[in-house]
Design a protein around this ligand. Structure first.
Ligand SMILES: [Fe+2]
Length: 163
């Protein structure tokens, strides 16, 4: 799975990749972003989350990681980065930009409550944990749609294949 450099988000993808501190082929790189996007868009069709926010979250949430290891401030940096790009690299209404920033800010804190779009973003990310040897547990997922065993298995198989 790869992200389309020539699609509507292609310009944003290039901007993000150019500033990314880590290897884009790594566990927090572009194939992860693509699977989070796929997970999120599938979930959004079921949860009524806002798909544009979910897609932007997928591209941005790990974009300001400085290490593949413990990096507790990377979500906060991603939220600030998202706000800095809004209005130029992408367009988003203010209320949706707040959702995107909230989703980025809290995505690695194990939180379980919030707006449905934010929760959908977090589940989309957690469903890709198989790439680092962790099978997502239903009780750690926020939405009913993500807790569906068949959804978990679909996402898990893709995550361990890292395709
Ligand atoms: Fe992630």
């Amino acid at each position: 799975m790869s992200l389309d450099q020539t699609g509507p988000a292609g310009g944003l993808l290039r901007i993000i990749q150019e500033q990314f501190s880590l290897d884009c082929r790594g566990v927090h790189g572009a194939s992860h972003w693509a699977r989070v996007r796929d997970n999120g868009l599938r979930l959004a069709a079921l949860t009524t989350a806002k798909p544009k926010v979910v897609e932007l979250f997928a591209l941005l949430h790990d974009s300001r990681r400085f290490t593949n290891g413990y990096d507790p401030q990377h979500g906060t940096r991603a939220a600030l980065y998202a706000r800095s790009l809004a209005g130029s690299a992408f367009q988003l209404e203010a209320v949706d930009l707040d959702l995107l920033a909230d989703a980025c800010h809290g995505h690695s804190d194990g939180l379980m409550s919030g707006d449905i779009t934010v929760l959908t973003c977090w589940d989309a990310d957690r469903l890709d944990l198989g790439r680092v040897g962790v099978k997502p547990r239903p009780e750690r997922l926020c939405t009913l749609a993500a807790r569906d065993p068949s959804f978990i298995e679909w996402a898990y198989q893709r995550s361990i294949a890292r395709t």
